[in-house]
Design a protein around this ligand. Structure first.
Ligand SMILES: *Cc1c(COP(=O)(O)O)cnc(C)c1O
Length: 376
């Protein structure tokens, strides 16, 4: 019995809707399914405007353009994140200022943000690791006082909340991912959430290759033309059709993941009580989405040994990010000047366990039994 780390899945009418998209005769972007997805996300998350993109990376790139990042502008970001969080801003000439993470949630440590602000700072980019919200009240307050923008990397945070507000809808802009490793999937896919009206019009233009085509379609201009920089950030209707079926099942999918997450927690709690591992930390103000079940081991050697032990039994856990400040490109951008002790420490000890829609309760039990056996 092989248990992979992740497994893409179909939850309902995905294939039926894709066939329907073909029948509709509209397979490029912004057809009926794209509209249904955007409206679903806007209504369920209480978001002003949601634009579907072909990835979260694309949404982050759009956000960096909307923030008008100029060469030399600084953006504040955790080092413990996916490359796209930084790359999107680096593409515009932005300089990353890396801030350490909290040891409990692995999210950016909000108490260290203000001292990282300089006259060149333009944006704060919090990342909601594992779908647990960053302390957005503190972050938004710092942004207000220093006139900064906030772009939430909510790639992992779809359907999760912070103080009853959906992640991605709190900053000026928010970015979602529907990559096959996330909770709701369309293979590749993403969305840009626009929470500040001033970005509405320009976002449509950037997404449409720098043209005012969206206004043209609404009959607001009589021909469409090149008006700004931009690129092709629009997903195909086939992708939107697949995604819409997932959105329809969002509650059931999240519920299933939460059951897996809670089972892991209960089964592994004795190991935490014995001081052998640390389980993920829940915060009262955050309702997470069970995006990930991760444990912290004593050290790198223990992690490597546990990975080896489980892989021999055909179970495939994976570690996570190489911190960006110590990666080759991060070093080239000055990453070496940052002291990030929590990031350096946790990155070497964190392990993610298999967590996907079709993972069975008995499989969770056997994984946990093996982990307990490893420590006996
Ligand atoms: C997955 C992920 C991304 C990238 O998402 P894509 O849709 O693959 O571009 C960005 N940031 C974080 C934190 C992620 O987990």
């Amino acid at each position: 019995m092989k248990i992979p780390f992740n497994k893409p899945f179909v939850a309902g009418k995905e294939l039926y809707y894709m066939a329907q998209a073909v029948q509709n005769g509209h397979l490029s972007g912004d057809g009926p399914f794209t509209g249904r997805c955007s409206r679903w996300l806007e209504e369920h998350f209480n978001a002003k405007k949601v634009l579907l993109t072909h990835s979260c990376t694309a949404a982050l790139e759009m956000a960096a353009i909307l923030c008008d990042i100029q060469p030399g502008d600084e953006f504040i970001v955790p080092s413990y994140t996916f490359v796209s969080t930084a790359n999107a801003f680096v593409l515009r000439g932005g300089v990353p200022v890396f801030v350490d993470i909290r040891p409990d949630t692995m999210n950016i440590d909000e108490s260290l943000i203000e001292q990282a602000v300089t006259p060149r700072t333009r944006v704060i980019v919090p990342v909601h690791y594992a779908g647990v919200g960053c302390d957005m009240d503190v972050i938004m307050d710092i942004a207000r006082r220093h006139r900064l923008l906030v772009v939430e990397d909510a790639a992992q945070g779809v359907c999760a909340t912070y103080k009853e507000r959906y992640l991605g809808t709190i900053g000026h802009l928010g970015c979602y991912s529907f990559h096959e490793t996330k909770n709701l999937i369309s293979g590749e896919g993403g969305a840009l959430v626009i929470n500040d009206e001033r970005f509405l019009e320009r976002a449509e233009v950037i997404r449409e290759k720098g043209t005012n085509r969206s206004r043209f379609f609404r009959g607001m201009v009589d021909k469409y033309t090149w008006v700004d920089i931009g690129s092709s950030y629009i997903p195909s209707e086939l992708i939107a059709a697949f995604l819409y079926a997932q959105l329809e099942q969002a509650d059931r999918i999240t519920g299933k993941r939460l059951a897996i997450w809670n089972r892991y927690y209960k089964e592994l709690l004795p190991l935490q009580q014995a001081g052998v591992i640390r389980l993920p930390v829940e915060l009262p103000e955050c309702r997470h989405n069970a995006h990930m079940f991760h444990i912290l081991l004593k050290d790198l050697a223990t992690r490597s040994a546990l990975i080896e032990f489980l892989k021999k039994r055909d179970i495939h856990p994976v570690f996570h990010y190489v911190p960006l400040h110590s990666a080759p490109k991060g070093m080239e951008l000055g990453g070496g000047r940052f002291r990030l002790p929590v990031t350096d420490d946790c990155a070497g000890r964190l392990l993610r366990l298999p967590c996907y829609y079709e993972l069975q309760p008995e499989e969770v039990d056997s994984i946990c039994e093996l982990i307990r056996a490893f420590f006996r």
